[in-house]
Design a protein around this ligand. Sequence first.
Ligand SMILES: *Cc1c(COP(=O)(O)O)cnc(C)c1O
Length: 387
Amino acid sequence: MTNTSARARMQIPLMKPTFDEAEEEAVVRVLRSGWVTQGPEVARFEQVVADYVGAQHAIALTSCTTALSAALMVMGVGPGDEVLCPSFSYIATANSIVHVGATPVFVDISRNDWAMDPVLAEAKITPRTKAIMPVHGTGLSCDLDPIYEVAGRHNLLVVEDAAPVIGGTYKGRRIGSSDGPVCFSFHPRKIVTSGEGGVITTNDSEFADKLRLLRHHYMSVSDVQRHQSSGVVFEEYEEVGYNFRMTDLQAAVGIAQMHKLDDIIAERRRTAHVYDELISEVPHLSLSPRPADRLHTFQSYAAVVLPSSPISRNDLMAYLLERGITSRRGVMSSHLEPAYVKRFGSQSLPISEEISSTAIILPMYSGMTNAEQQYVVDSMADALGKA
Ligand SMILES: *Cc1c(COP(=O)(O)O)cnc(C)c1O
């Protein structure tokens, strides 16, 4: 490995959005139309996402967090109910369950895919368990079939947190095509973005209709219908709903991004392959799991600092930052955060805790050069070579 101190210092961000004229034109088009909140662009965006993942319906909302809560509410999950989910996820997973008054019951992950272990999930079922919320983290699907089998055996609902995995597949099927509901995020940390936004896909028409009402205060007539009507229209509100609406400005950006999704995934997979080769030469590091039956989109590229390493993961991150390289800790363990310790006391989930404290997410963005990747990996090699 070359000594990075002898090289020019580079600035390497974690991620860059892939915006160009397409997104700029989309925003201008919506501004000039005079209709900026949920309207025709949201409807088009929903169709694009539904067609892409192979679902009958897609419903856009303000975020994946609100999408997860909305799905639980429409399914009738609430106070007194328990929902099985991994702690090893962004904290939004657990928060979405708490938001509806239900209790997240944390399940440890499997080393095979860093996703909720279906066997451990089944062991945590109680008479209060109402639903399972499996998470597809970092662009890799969880092991869906055994999760749905456990749910089927115990008559539990399933809500998939697919926030970072749009475009990923499981056994040849796109994530979002299962019975679901399946919730995606369009936050800028994901590989395609609408600024903020979430989408729920489902094949259940009745469920889709209820979600469309819930996100708009259960208003019986949509804004667009009222706007297009020639007569005076009075709406009704049958239930207490929410404002979970996406704007047309966001949806138009989301459509432009969806058109780029396949190219973005192909490039991320090429970049990941280069990292894999470079990292295989570096001692004290290992790669994240890659089950053969799933397509990884590499929304996040994670490596693991092995116990043999002379320095900790956190020290490695600090060393990289000194060299202008932004990294992130791997996926968090929500049960360790004060918000959850305060509510539920301390819990032990050994595999989640181990991987949360040893995984590191490396920079990856569209246009990242081989020289930039080499600089990142050389810097890690330098750091890990220091005893
Ligand atoms: C990003 C993310 C979320 C939250 O998505 P938002 O759109 O920001 O609400 C939830 N779960 C997982 C696993 C995520 O990665």
